[in-house]
Write a protein that binds this ligand. Sequence first.
Ligand SMILES: Cc1cc2nc3c(=O)[nH]c(=O)nc-3n(C[C@H](O)[C@H](O)[C@H](O)COP(=O)(O)O)c2cc1C
Length: 341
Amino acid sequence: MTERYEPRTTPWSFDDDDFYELESPREQIEFLLRYAVLAPSGHNQQPWSFQITPHGVEVFADTTHRLPVIDPGNREMTMSLGAAIANLRVAAAHFGFESTVLFRESTGEGAVATIAIRETSGSDAKLKGLFNAIKRRHTNRTPFDDETIEPDALATLLDVVEAYPDTFHIVFRQDKQRAADLIAFADQLLMADDAYRSELAACVHPSTGADDGLAADSLGIPAPFGGAASFVLRHFDLGSMQAHRDRDLTMSATALLIVTADDDTISLLQAGEALEYLLLTITQVGLQYSFLNAPIQRADLRDRVQMLASSKRPAQLIVRIGHGQAVTNHSPRRPLAAVVV
Ligand SMILES: Cc1cc2nc3c(=O)[nH]c(=O)nc-3n(C[C@H](O)[C@H](O)[C@H](O)COP(=O)(O)O)c2cc1C
């Protein structure tokens, strides 16, 4: 009897060593894709599909999962593809492959990236070192404790931040309140918009069942209310509540980081790839993170986030980092067969 597919456990709970039973390159590459799909994605839309080729993988945007109101420029969608590519490369390095990526500017239906994967006797040690974090990474939307980050963990994080100086910008501590005010203000504006709330509501599901979107418990909504979450979001302006909550989440974070990149496809793919290396590193050093992107989702407030970052490039994401209660439930994923064409 075949086991039932459980979107929150099955895709996360396979044995890494099964890779060594596989003989054909195609099966091996397909196995690597099991890690790619564990990447984070905007509103867990998993906007990707993959085609296995004799030399590696072609990566496509699955625009049927785009969010036209929340993400009209497909920026979060494109960064999510970059994050999946990062996971694929980390897994490839772990299993003894080297990978090279050719990113492409958006061409409608065409691949956004071609990844060549070859066996090697010396795969990238930095990438390999992140492997164990892939299945342990969670977006954690609980309050943090604003405690100092231990020096070793901080040094490891700063190494990644400094490796991408055009992409990652740490918000000065004295600007944290300003960031919190901006996030809370943006929450109220967004939640007052029926179209935004309606699209968001369609992404939120009770805690079990759906294989994409946001499980209610991962948003801090207790299980008994999970079934009503989508209805409430759609019909009531919860802007003040959201603003209050996000203000707490911002102020309780030890560090805030702004991701910047130009708005073209290649820059966003690269930013998404760098983001996932950062998130895996955060996981590796025992810290937690989540996103607070509301002011970037408002076109009229995005410049203010760029100013907070003191960057020449537009703001793409706000990440908060700190110590928090670990999340135990994984978010759902679609079966691999649904995304490999
Ligand atoms: C580009 C991008 C944008 C995101 N934006 C938000 C956001 O605005 N708010 C939020 O709470 N989570 C955000 N997330 C996190 C996703 O919701 C999360 O990755 C997804 O639900 C899957 O959960 P997991 O990361 O725990 O696997 C974002 C993730 C990515 C990659």
